[in-house]
Design a protein around this ligand. Structure first.
Ligand SMILES: [Zn+2]
Ligand SMILES: [Zn+2]
Length: 272
């Protein structure tokens, strides 16, 4: 089986330290045939959720890391250049400009915080936190994001649940039985606009689900969704490529027949 990890971070991200070359080697050691780097380029400040200018630093840093890798000896496996564009619906014009970099193979559209609010990572979820309301607002913003042209694949739907689960709120999971209408509207929009869906396997490393989970992926397929990628969301050498094989197996079990790999912003389909 050919495995490709299409969500992996390097030292070009604020929250990772290994170089692209080191991450590619670790991914190869964990069974990957190819990787696509998706370092963070964020429109918002993660603490306040307000628009910030940090992309002015981050985008050139990603590009420089990629150019350094490309100038050196060939990487141990094929490598591609992507970005994880955070909060594009909060500043669509800047997002469109950032995504227009012709060097990019792939753009993940990502949402880590609601407009003008802190990253879901920083929130604490007590027994009284209104997790349903937070998830509804999150899904409403993802629907906004889905209308934009600046990304190829929507990243980690259910990101909220990652931290709700961390704090013991199992009822934070984003499932069709709780949010059927919202999820159907979101998947329909993605499908109609030719965007794909990421299976982010980072949650499997914490005893949780993929993002989105199997029930959501089933709904996406029922609605006609076909473009799927798989990503480890690795930030360390230990995590590179880990869980990607499980993501492929899940897709196969759910009846998907192809996984997509992006090159120059276009999907190529490989049998599962
Ligand atoms: Zn992310
Ligand atoms: Zn990520």
């Amino acid at each position: 089986m050919r495995y490709c990890d299409q969500h992996i971070h390097s030292a070009a991200s604020f929250d990772a330290t290994a170089s692209m070359g080191e991450m590619a080697r670790a991914a190869r050691d964990h069974g990957m045939a190819a990787v696509c780097f998706t370092d963070h380029v964020d429109l918002d400040d993660s603490r306040t959720g307000r628009l910030s200018q940090q992309w002015r630093r981050e985008a050139p840093r990603c590009r420089a890391a990629w150019e350094e890798l490309s100038a050196g000896p060939p990487a141990v496996i094929p490598v591609r250049f992507g970005m994880e564009l955070g909060g594009p619906n909060h500043d669509p014009d800047t997002a469109a400009r950032l995504a227009a970099d012709p060097a990019l193979d792939f753009v993940l559209g990502s949402l880590h915080n609601l407009r003008n609010e802190t990253d879901f990572y920083w929130l604490r979820y007590s027994p009284s936190t209104p997790v349903r309301e937070l998830n509804r607002r999150y899904l409403r913003e993802l629907l906004e994001l889905a209308a934009l042209d600046c990304f190829d694949v929507m990243a980690h739907i259910g990101y909220t649940a990652r931290y709700m689960h961390r704090d013991g709120r199992e009822d934070g999971d984003v499932t069709p039985d709780r949010y059927g209408g919202e999820l159907e509207a979101l998947f329909t929009r993605l499908i109609q606009r030719g965007r794909g869906l990421e299976v982010n396997v980072s949650g499997l490393r914490h005893g949780h689900t993929t993002y989105p989970n199997a029930q959501c992926l089933r709904l996406y397929r029922q609605l006609g969704g076909e473009i799927v990628t798989v990503g480890s969301d690795a930030h360390t050498l230990e995590e590179a490529g880990v869980g990607v094989a499980d993501g492929y197996a899940l897709l196969r079990d759910l009846g998907f027949r192809y996984v997509a790999e992006f090159r120059t912003r276009r999907p190529e389909f490989f049998p599962l």
